[in-house]
Design a protein around this ligand. Structure first.
Ligand code: XBP
Ligand code: MG
Length: 232
């Protein structure tokens, strides 16, 4: 059954931690391999990386860490290490054991079947976002894909969500954002969107003020629930 127009206008998904569990076993090892490739004696373990996720954007995450270590030329080095990290992460996206979070592919498929536009708003780079979406979803699934490459300010700034709304050609009315983390929720809220948080292992204990709901998994979310949540 097609969805009643005007109730649920669109759903915008975050990628890392939302569409897929990419951080602990994907991005984190890619950062560590890149440090080694650049001769840097750093290794981010699972707990330390969880704390570093408060800084969005891989290049900024590296730069902040290098600064904290008292490294000179942190900005230039961070940019170089991040380029290497992206190459390793793209490899993992193509051949690693990456999977969509349970239930999210069904939700996206149901949204499309019922005529609700779906979009992506991430702070990650397009070099790996496109292959990741291609691996997990049919071509053309997402009406709009906004990455960190297209915006000036990363989450928690609202830029990625604002650009996604502009490209969808819609106001905030009836649009639901789906996030996994505090910076993602802040970004969606700052753009004026209703936001549901689906927590994961890294974000389970986070505080999510202003979320319309905080869920443990996508099995708790279908199109009707999305419409209820966006209606308030
Ligand atoms: C994700 C990020 C990204 C990834 C790494 O946040 O902050 O930086 O950790 O990807 P969100 P890049 O899920 O809120 O978009 O190295 O491409 O930045
Ligand atoms: Mg996320």
């Amino acid at each position: 059954m097609a969805y009643r127009r005007g109730v649920l206008t669109a759903v915008i998904f975050d990628v890392d931690g939302t569409l897929a569990e990419t951080e602990r076993d994907g991005h984190r090892p890619a950062f560590n391999r890149a440090f080694a490739a650049h001769g840097l004696p750093f290794e981010w373990d699972v707990d330390c990386y969880g704390e570093l996720l408060a800084v969005t954007g891989g290049r900024r995450r590296i730069e902040g860490y290098l600064n904290a270590q008292g490294h000179a030329e942190a900005a230039a080095l961070a940019a170089a290490v991040h380029r290497t990290k992206t190459e390793y992460f793209v490899e993992w996206v193509h051949s690693g054991p990456m999977q969509a979070r349970p239930g999210v592919q069904d939700l996206v498929a149901e949204l499309r079947e019922r005529g609700v536009p779906v979009a992506v708003a991430t702070t990650g780079g397009r070099a790996w976002v496109e292959p990741l979406l291609a691996r997990l979803f049919d071509a053309g699934t997402f009406d709009v894909v906004v990455t960190g490459d297209e915006v000036e300010r990363l989450k928690p700034a609202p830029d990625a969500y604002r650009l996604a709304l502009e490209l969808l050609g819609t106001s905030t009315a009836g649009v639901l954002a789906v996030e996994d983390s505090p910076p993602g929720l802040s970004a969606a809220r700052a753009a004026g969107l209703a936001c549901v948080v689906v927590v994961n292992t890294y974000t389970r204990d986070g505080a999510f003020p202003g979320a319309v709901a905080v869920l443990d998994g996508f099995t708790e979310l279908d199109v009707d629930r999305c419409a209820e949540l966006v209606a308030g």
